[in-house]
Design a protein around this ligand. Structure first.
Ligand SMILES: O=C(O)CCC(=O)C(=O)O
Ligand SMILES: [Fe+2]
Length: 442
């Protein structure tokens, strides 16, 4: 569902848009994810893989795919997800264990196959084959339980996002709330920070347990970043545009999945306030669920969107998943609906998830470019178009506001090697330079 808001709205004139900060765009037009999300809203009972198959069979036409699926559904229930789609468990059984001093790059080999899901459980497999790392049993049990209890008390205040999709109003398939560390910041967020063209009306103050845990997450994430750079990045150096500063969480989205049916569609998190090559620390509590990731491959048509299949990372209670600097620009992630779940002793059927984020002071909307509608622009990275892939751009997002069409404002974003914009202290010069002849993304 989140993917609804990660698409260009211009072509869909009868459609208004939604809120939520985090979701990113390709800058490449209406993609398979968006079509999939639309199809999922029209056919909510069908598994993702069947939706995708149907979309491909109908050459990307959402209407035809929905017709094809809904016709038989009138006479029977949707088919069960095929059990043969998932395979493999611990790749490390087959791999040489890394030795101290090894510098490895993340596996380039395609492990996943079109339409298949590769299930990963072991932390060493997750870090070797995805842009993430995971720490199981992250918190001492009493702290994890206290945090979970606190979030269970908070959850009734969470809300669902609503989207206007053609003539339908659609709700996000899980609820959430945004938290910042002080009341001043909450006020600032409500009045200055724009998310897909709107302000967030409800911004809460980070709760005491969340704040306590934030300090632990901060230490662990910084350690994981160092480990990732040393072991996986070329020459053991941080990526171009990645911040060399310490990662300091100061904001978080908390998500609640009330049952196995609740989910979030494939998306990338929006970079506007996090900057390029953002790192996110994601703590899972309660019911274990699958976190699916898929590498974005440059596409020419809908049929090539799933050429590498997807990887499911299992997120048990009290696990900390770190989405590293490769993640938001090159991969998409989702939480798939679960056909069966194991209830948790404290949380019942619920999963609570905190995504700790590091908002950069120099990306405060006071400083970032404003579009012709006089709205702070949204920062996006070209994900699919091969010629400009990986370039950052500032664009208008007023088009996300119901009733507004937005403007055509577009500007390549200037960042130095450390991801700092020109107005930031210590800016060393633009390295986000488009290739000649590729000055505009569309
Ligand atoms: O629930 C999760 O693990 C992921 C949530 C997510 O992707 C988000 O908040 O952007
Ligand atoms: Fe996300």
């Amino acid at each position: 569902m989140e993917a609804f808001i990660s698409r260009k709205r211009r072509k869909l004139s009868s459609e208004a848009a939604s809120s939520s900060e985090r979701k990113d765009e390709d800058g490449d037009g209406e993609s398979t994810d968006f079509k999939l999300a639309m199809l999922a809203s029209l056919c909510p009972d069908w598994p993702q893989d069947i939706l995708l198959d149907s979309l491909l069979a109908c050459e990307g036409s959402v209407e035809r795919a929905a017709d094809a699926l809904l016709l038989p559904a009138k006479t029977g229930a949707p088919p069960k997800r095929s059990a043969v789609n998932g395979y493999q468990s611990c790749l490390a059984w087959f791999a040489r264990p890394p030795e101290d001093g090894d510098v490895r790059t993340p596996s380039k080999k395609t492990l996943t196959q079109k339409g298949k899901t590769l299930h990963l459980f072991a932390p060493e497999d997750v870090e070797a084959h995805t842009p993430c790392s995971i720490i199981h049993n992250f918190l001492p049990q009493d702290i994890a339980d206290a945090l979970l209890r606190e979030l269970l008390d908070e959850a009734p205040s969470f809300t669902r996002e609503t989207f206007q999709l053609f003539d339908r109003t659609v709700e996000s398939p899980h609820s959430m709330r945004f938290y910042v560390d002080s009341l001043d910041e909450a006020q600032e967020q409500k009045t200055r920070y724009v998310y897909n063209g709107s302000y967030i009306a409800d911004v809460a103050q980070t709760t005491p347990e969340m704040l306590k845990v934030s300090a632990l997450v901060r230490g662990a994430v910084n350690e994981e970043i160092g480990h990732r750079i040393q072991r996986f990045y070329p020459s053991g150096e941080k990526l171009k545009f990645q911040s060399p500063e310490e990662w300091q969480p100061n904001a978080s989205f908390v998500n609640c999945y009330a049952s196995g049916k609740e989910s979030v569609g494939y998306h990338s998190d929006q970079l506007t306030y996090l900057g390029p090559r953002a790192v996110i620390g994601s703590l899972s509590l309660g019911v274990a669920r699958e976190f699916r990731v898929r590498r974005i491959v440059p596409t020419v048509n809908a049929a090539s969107a799933d050429t590498q299949g997807q990887i499911a990372i299992h997120l048990p209670h009290n696990s900390l998943l770190v989405m590293h600097a490769e993640m938001q620009e090159e991969w998409k992630h989702s939480v798939a609906p679960a056909q069966a779940i194991d209830p948790h002793p404290l949380a019942g059927n619920k999963r609570l998830n905190i995504t700790y984020r590091c908002y950069k002071e120099y990306l405060h909307p006071n400083y970032t470019p404003r579009c012709k509608c006089d709205v702070p622009a949204v920062l996006r990275c070209v994900q699919k178009r091969a010629a400009t892939r990986g370039r950052y751009m500032w664009m208008c997002h007023s088009g996300y506001t119901p009733g507004q069409t937005g403007c055509s404002y577009f500007e390549w974003a200037a960042f130095d090697d450390d991801g700092r914009p020109p107005w930031a202290e210590g800016y060393k010069g633009n390295v986000n330079v488009p290739a000649p002849g590729n000055e505009t993304p569309v």
